[in-house]
Design a protein around this ligand. Structure first.
Ligand code: SME
Length: 154
């Protein structure tokens, strides 16, 4: 996957727009359509209790709220690190929004403080390599630096 090319295309897509919501919606669509074998891509934003609330996404309808510290998303948010899960069925507390999802990559979002996660799912086991992790992290960082954090969601 040519992540350098994707990064250049993404910068073009996000440039000139300061709305967090508009850029988040386009970012989710960009990842979903440009990266092969992605079945779901989207945002969850933390509310004041630490619960993660669904934001802009592409793919099938998903769980609207993920309890604090649970699932791949809640764990990545709590730890502030990107998580790659090769087999979601083997991840303790995985939250199965889509029974067809087999592997998952979650990147935490932070500006001055953590505010959410970006979640990518695939129906293929072990879809996300170290190259994909680094590449998608870079794309998420381009997004984060293109906009201010979102207004409070809930
Ligand atoms: N599987 C995620 C929940 C979100 S959906 O995949 C869209 C998790 O365990 O956090």
């Amino acid at each position: 996957m040519d992540y350098e090319l994707l990064e250049a295309q993404l910068r073009e897509l996000l440039s000139g727009e300061s709305s967090h919501l508009a850029n988040a919606a386009n970012f989710a669509a960009f990842i979903y359509h440009e990266i092969p074998e992605v079945s779901w891509a989207g945002f969850y934003y933390a509310d004041e209790t630490g619960e993660l609330v669904l934001g802009p996404f592409q793919g099938r309808p998903a769980c609207t709220r993920l309890p604090k510290g649970r699932g791949v998303c809640g764990t990545a948010f709590a730890q502030g690190v990107t998580l790659v899960v090769d087999d979601v069925d083997a991840f303790p507390n995985h939250i199965a929004c889509d029974a067809a999802a087999r592997s998952e990559l979650v990147v935490p979002l932070a500006a001055s403080k953590p505010y959410g996660v970006f979640d990518v799912d695939s129906t293929r086991l072990a879809r996300f390599s170290a190259e994909d992790r680094d590449g998608i992290e870079r794309l998420v960082h381009v997004f984060i630096h293109s906009v201010a954090p979102p207004p409070r969601q809930t």
